[in-house]
Design a protein around this ligand. Structure first.
Ligand code: PLP
Length: 396
């Protein structure tokens, strides 16, 4: 049987606002709160740059919301990941285990440390790193020595693991933590997509030593560009703030920097946006969940596709909804993408697997069959929170 492309596109259309000729984006921000007030205050007072009360307030709000001890706001999610890896002492020549199925920033941050990404397969249940498969793989290739875990094939130290909570769906953290403990690996969470997502009742970003968030324009909340590092270790928190602040030793007038640092601090004007956005997060999450449920209901009776739902141990933010083609229809992905775009619906495929990209094609990787399968079957559907707001008017 052939896949009914018209029916699939029509199913999305009936559940989205019908504005003639307008393009429905994949994920667009909403500024319905205190954004103008807070940003205007920055301009009026001159506090627009890398210090100011909104930076402090945003960091406090983030720590409180996520239930972590410390949050450090930085310029973007990639910078947050870079600092995380530096903070757990990833060094030039180390290997870092990352999923093949993730946004390129996860691997780029590893490269920025002079380290080598080592690609791990995903599991269909979570769309994230497969802890069982990783354990079997490490049994084969890893060797534990007094000074850490080493890759027998390359001779390099394997220093850390960076799971990523794909589209807001948490990785199976208990099983992954076990593997990290067994092989003495540092756990750094790429929680860039999972603000508002919980694993067994605890907010993502609480499970590794450090975690990275992103507030890019297409994420659940945005600061224009921005990111944050989360940690439950107060000493680590201080180190991260220090690294992001050019490693300047605080002093009334002296410029003394005690190591190579980074200028990664988030400007106050961006943090002002962040405060206003975070105030609205609970509403965004309700709307996004409701939109996800609509998609799930709408597609339950459509042949050849399904909508991905959160793993049973999780409460996800449903950052981006996933339409999953049945295995037998994976060859139809590109035709379906084209058909959506022809109908002004902003969809996209999942990222090209990282081990296929020119900068990463010679990096070590395990067998990646699950990631390959997911790559051929995933289409992201429009997921802006405001789609649900406008839906009320259509009363479908
Ligand atoms: C958005 C994102 C990042 C960080 O991206 P920035 O654009 O640098 O803020 C990192 N990892 C993943 C998985 C992401 O989706």
């Amino acid at each position: 049987m052939k896949l009914d492309l018209d029916k699939i596109v029509e199913t999305v259309k009936t559940y989205l606002p019908q504005k003639k000729e307008s393009f429905i984006g994949l994920h667009e921000p909403i500024f319905n709160g205190n954004e103008w007030t807070y940003v205007k205050e920055c301009l009026d007072t001159g506090w627009v740059s890398s210090a100011g009360k909104y930076v402090d307030r945003f960091e406090e709000m983030l720590a409180e919301y996520t239930g972590t001890k410390r949050a450090v706001a930085v310029v973007n999610g990639t910078a947050a990941l870079h600092i995380c890896l530096k903070a757990v002492d990833v060094r030039s020549g180390d290997e870092v285990l990352v999923p093949a199925l993730t946004f390129v920033a996860t691997a780029n941050a590893v490269s920025h440390c002079g380290a080598v990404p080592h690609f791990v397969d995903s599991e269909a249940k979570t769309l994230g790193m497969d802890p069982g498969k990783l354990a079997l793989y490490l049994q084969e290739i890893a060797e534990l020595k007094a000074d850490g875990c080493f890759n027998k094939l390359t001779g390099r130290r394997i220093k850390a693991v960076v799971p990523m909570h794909t589209f807001g769906h948490p990785v199976d953290m208990d099983r992954l933590l076990e593997v990290c403990e067994r092989y003495k690996l540092e756990l750094v969470e790429d929680a860039a997509e999972s603000l508002g997502s919980y694993y067994k009742g605890r907010h993502t970003g609480n499970f590794g030593k450090v975690a990275a968030l992103s507030f890019n324009g297409n994420k659940t909340i945005t600061t224009g560009g921005g990111g944050a590092v989360l940690t439950n270790d107060p000493e680590m928190g201080k180190l991260i703030k220090h690294l992001a602040t050019t490693a300047k030793v605080p002093h009334r007038w002296e410029y003394f920097h005690d190591r190579v640092g980074y200028n990664y601090r988030m400007p106050n004007i961006n943090a002002a946006l962040g405060c206003a956005q975070l105030e609205q997060l609970p509403r965004f999450l309700r709307q996004k969940r409701s939109l996800a449920e609509r998609y799930q209901r709408a597609f339950s009776s459509v042949e050849g596709v399904s909508v991905f739902t959160e793993p049973d141990f999780a409460r996800s933010n449903y950052w981006l909804n996933v339409l999953l083609l049945d295995e037998k229809y994976k060859g139809e992905r590109n035709r379906l993408l084209e058909h959506f775009l022809d109908n002004h619906i902003g969809v996209r495929p999942v990222w090209t697997l990282l081990h296929k990209l020119p900068p990463y094609q010679n990096c070590p990787c395990m067998e990646l069959s699950a990631a390959e399968m997911l790559e051929s079957r995933i289409i992201n559907l429009p997921s802006s929170a405001f789609l649900e707001m406008e839906l009320a008017e259509y009363d479908v």
